[in-house]
Every structure is written in structure tokens, then in C-alpha cells.
Design a protein around this ligand. Structure first.
Ligand code: TXA
Ligand code: MG
Length: 325
């Protein structure tokens, strides 16, 4: 199989919506990262996602819906979930809730909960509308590699294993959604930090929001597979450093800000002036470029943990990318 890259014309969107409705796989752009989508209520289609990614069956999938009305068909929503959906949907917030019977076990890894989000990307929404079905969609990368933020990244990782990639350009946010466990609405817990911060969620709910730091035991059904220590990883060993400088030709360096003056080969930067949204948007692309540079190691500049907003999500991804294999 060789993936076809599709430009988003009205005709191709109609065609890809039909592919999805009939149980096929399509990689689609979202505002966070590209997702590998399949009809969420079709177990065979969802199996194909796991096969294409090489993803273990105990790692459940996020289901993408058009809106709150569609979410209510798949999960038992509580008042906190509705409040958050009103505040942040469509957008990068995924809610973990008790599932309804119609959601197949393959989607939830046999568990009693389902993760739901309503994506903001206009092309993802267009496809959801045209297909008239919810989409299960994990990030469109081989298991544990860096998530894709362009159609070309998807092609590099999965091009020989999936038939269709919809090219919607680079993803505007660049890191995956916040995953929030709302199964006990009085005790909301962030399972994976993302663009919607715990503080923003706490302000809407007027309750304390905690952040879970550890995954479950290896081999058991995971509380949050996104919390696996090694995840989002380049193949080249990566280390976080306070002031990464290197004159060593075997070391690539990733800086938070564009340095003044001319830079040597192997020096990358994530933003012009240190804006968090720009760092997040460029993080995965730059990690991939540095990984492809053929160096022995990559040093990435540490982002102060206090910076707030997107900082928690960026630091989380960098830490996992740097975790020892
Ligand atoms: O931004 C995103 O969330 C992207 C785009 C494509 O929407 N998707 C994504 O999916 O990152 P994936 O499969 O790479 O990550 C899914 C995360 C896992 O880390 C897991 O923690 C969580 O969703 N998850 C899914 N179902 C869950 C469940 N029932 N309980 C707890 N966590 C769940
Ligand atoms: Mg992923």
C-alpha cells in the first residue's frame, strides 16, 4: 500500500468521508496533531488503527465528535463535563467519561470509560459532518514515535501502511489535547497536560484539578497510556539541558529562542522570542529534523516549569521524549 496525499477539495472531502463511513482509515488534520481516523462504532475499522500504528490493544483510543449532542450518545455526561464542553469545545480538551454500550470494547481497551473530544480544525469538522459518524483517532504516528504535525510527517511514518492522508497544512497547536478524567466529577484529574491548562479547567469548574504523574503498572490496562514514560521519542538520544551549547560536531542543539547571529549546522530553535504557543507548534517538527540530522545526541534547552499555560504540556512531552529506552 502507498498512501495518497489529498488536497482538501469539496470532492475529496466527500470521498474521504465515504471511506470513513465504510470502515476505511484516513489520516486527518486536527488543531493539535494529525490523527489516524476510523469509524468509532465499527470494531473492524478500529482494529485496523491498532495494526497500522503497531499500537498495543491496552492503549485506548480518543473518539472525536462534532459536538455535545453527539458526545451524549456515546458517554454518560455529568454537569461538569457539559460545563467544560461549553467552555472549551470545539478544542483541545478530551474528557474521559463512563461509556455507553454502543462504544465497542476495542476503542476503550475493554474498559468502562471513553475519551471524547470535539476537534476545532475545520477539515476534521467537515469530515465528521459529511461522514455522520464519530471518529476514533489516535495520533497518526507509529507507536511511541513523535506525533505528526504535517501530512508529510504522517507519510514518513505510516505512508506504507495506510491508504489516505488528508493534507490540511501544519497543525496550529502542535501538541496533543489535554486529557481530563471526569469519571469522578468532584475530583477532576489531568491525565495528560495539553493546550487547555489545569488552571483554566479549575476556573470553569471552581474545583481543585490535580495532575496524575504516573502511568499504571506495565502490562496492565493503563490509566493513561499517554503517561507511559517513553513516548513521543526521537531515535537519537535526547537530553534536557539548562544551557545547551556544543561545539561537538556529533551533538545537535535545540534552543527555545532563535539565537542572534549566524548558527552552525545542527543548531535548531523553537521560536523567535520564546512564545509558548510557537514553541509548542514547532516542537515535534524540530525534534524530527534534529532526529534526521544523523547526530549522536540531541540537547534541548530546558523550559522553566513556572512559565504557565502551555509550559506544562511542553515540559511533559520533552521529558517523555528524553526518557531512557
Ligand atoms: O490531540 C489529541 O488528543 C490527538 C488528536 C488526533 O486528537 N490524539 C491523540 O491520541 O493524542 P493518542 O491515541 O495518541 O492519545 C490518546 C490518549 C492516551 O494517552 C490515553 O491516555 C487517553 O488518550 N485515553 C484514551 N482513552 C482513554 C480512557 N478511556 N481512559 C483514560 N485515558 C484514555
Ligand atoms: Mg499518540
Amino acid at each position: 500500500m502507498k498512501a495518497r496525499l489529498h488536497r482538501p477539495t469539496p470532492a475529496t472531502l466527500r470521498r474521504l468521508a465515504t471511506v470513513l463511513r465504510n470502515g476505511g482509515l484516513v489520516a486527518i488534520p486536527t488543531e493539535t496533531v494529525y490523527g489516524l481516523a476510523a469509524h468509532a462504532l465499527n470494531p473492524e475499522a478500529c482494529h485496523a488503527i491498532f495494526r497500522a500504528k503497531g499500537r498495543p490493544a491496552h492503549d485506548p483510543l480518543i473518539v472525536h465528535v462534532l459536538d455535545l449532542t453527539h458526545a451524549e450518545q456515546l458517554a454518560e455526561l455529568n454537569p461538569a463535563a457539559r460545563q467544560l464542553a461549553h467552555a472549551f469545545w470545539p478544542g483541545p480538551l478530551t474528557l474521559v467519561l463512563p461509556k455507553k454500550n454502543c462504544v465497542p470494547d476495542i476503542v476503550t481497551s475493554g474498559g468502562p470509560t471513553v475519551a471524547l473530544r470535539s476537534p476545532a480544525h475545520p477539515l476534521a469538522r467537515r469530515l465528521l459532518k459529511l461522514a455522520g459518524a464519530p471518529f476514533a483517532a489516535p495520533s497518526a504516528n507509529p507507536f511511541t514515535y513523535i506525533s505528526p504535525t504535517t501530512a508529510e510527517h504522517v507519510r514518513q511514518g505510516l505512508g506504507s501502511r495506510i491508504p489516505h492522508i488528508l493534507d490540511g497544512g501544519p497543525c496550529p497547536i502542535g501538541v496533543e489535547s489535554t486529557v481530563l478524567d471526569l469519571t469522578r466529577p468532584a475530583r477532576p484529574r489531568v491525565l495528560r497536560p495539553g493546550a487547555i491548562s489545569a488552571e483554566q479547567i479549575a476556573r470553569v469548574l471552581k474545583t481543585k484539578v490535580t495532575t496524575v504523574r504516573r502511568a499504571g503498572k506495565p502490562g496492565t490496562r493503563l490509566l493513561a497510556p499517554g503517561l507511559l514514560e517513553k513516548h513521543y521519542s526521537p531515535r537519537t538520544p535526547l537530553r534536557v539541558a539548562a544551557n545547551p551549547t556544543s561545539t561537538d560536531a556529533g551533538t545537535a542543539v535545540i534552543l527555545l529562542r532563535k539565537p542572534a547571529g549566524k548558527t552552525r549546522a545542527g543548531v535548531y530553535w523553537l521560536s523567535r522570542h520564546g512564545e509558548l504557543s510557537e514553541i509548542a507548534r514547532h516542537l515535534y517538527r524540530v525534534l524530527r529534523e534534529a532526529d534526521a540530522g544523523g547526530q549522536r545526541q540531541i540537547l534541548i534547552e530546558k523550559l522553566p516549569p513556572t512559565a504557565g499555560g502551555l509550559a506544562a504540556a511542553i515540559n511533559d512531552r520533552v521529558k517523555r521524549a528524553a526518557a531512557k529506552r
